[in-house]
Design a protein around this ligand. Structure first.
Ligand code: 13P
Length: 287
């Protein structure tokens, strides 16, 4: 059964480790992540962007697929199904469809509007026992086709949003989605420290988990980050393994063109990426 992310993140914050949010794009991705989490006894969060939700035939299809896998694969570790960077409308649609967690990304609204919309969604999520993530300070890189630099959140605004009763808070600390440029100055630990001091026990979320050096990840966890989002790294490992399969001519041998065979190396590669991340985040054995 899908669970809210609240309990797993409260435990992670207290235990100084982080739970990985791995974004899903199709059946193979989802199966690889769930099997790895089960094998390693780690809690896990499956992230679904609005674009990926649309690609997978809508949120109801995603809920059906994930619930089916939890049962068929006998998954017993805590799993949350979470809308990633949701719009106000998207958040409502996922609540309806049976997600167990949502992110409402109101960072592009004026703070007053972000507060009003977040408040309304917090009330609905509380009633349904779902977790809700809010974002302050836009996270750079490409979000819905808009490319921006990594902003640093205002700690006072973070406190204002945290006080609305959200479960977890994504604060921009210079992190960006996708690959980091060579001249990236690194995470702003000064901002993270100030945000944590203002928000206390609130689990903090680090987006853009791909390509952040291990020492920075560990320092971020020590300063209150308890959820880390990874997407691009799974895409890259999937791409590399699929390309190798084709370059080696395996698709031309026997039944190598069968999608079940063609996609198998990519699915294995995702398992390895997820395992590496769970090791780094310290979530193995915590389920
Ligand atoms: P990356 O694609 O950089 O791993 O970031 C994922 C993310 O933050 C999803 O919200």
């Amino acid at each position: 059964m899908l669970v809210s992310a609240k309990e797993m993140l409260t435990k992670a914050k207290a235990g100084k480790y982080a739970v990985g949010q791995f974004n899903i794009n199709n059946l193979e991705w989802t199966k690889s992540i769930l099997l790895t989490a089960q094998e390693l006894k780690s809690p896990v969060i499956l992230g679904v962007s609005e674009g990926a939700g649309k690609y997978m035939c809508g949120y109801k299809t995603v809920v059906g697929m994930v619930n089916g896998m939890l049962e068929e694969l006998k998954i017993t570790v805590p799993v949350a199904l979470h809308l990633d960077h949701g719009s106000y409308e998207g958040a409502k649609a996922c609540i309806e469809a049976g997600f167990s967690s949502i992110m409402f990304d109101g960072s592009h609204y004026p703070i007053e509007e972000n507060v009003a919309k977040t408040k309304e969604l917090v009330a609905i999520c509380n009633e349904k026992g779902m977790s809700i993530e809010a974002e302050v300070g836009s996270i750079g890189g490409e979000e819905d086709g808009v490319v921006g630099a990594g902003e640093c959140a205002d700690p006072n605004e973070c406190k204002m949003i945290a006080d609305l009763g959200v479960t977890m808070l994504a604060a921009g600390i210079g992190n960006i989605h996708g690959k980091y440029p060579a001249n990236w100055p690194g995470l702003s630990f000064e901002t993270l420290d100030a945000v944590q001091q203002k928000t206390g026990d609130m689990p903090l979320v680090l987006h853009g988990g791909t390509g952040i050096p291990a020492d920075m990840i560990q320092k971020a966890i020590s300063l209150g980050v308890s959820k880390i989002n990874v997407n691009t790294e799974c895409q890259l490992s999937f791409q590399e393994a699929t390309r190798k399969y084709i370059m080696d001519g395996k698709d031309l041998e026997g039944k190598g063109f069968d999608p079940r065979k063609l996609l198998a190396p990519g699915a294995e590669a995702i398992k390895n990426t997820v395992k590496e991340k769970m090791e780094l985040f310290g979530s193995i054995g915590k389920a």
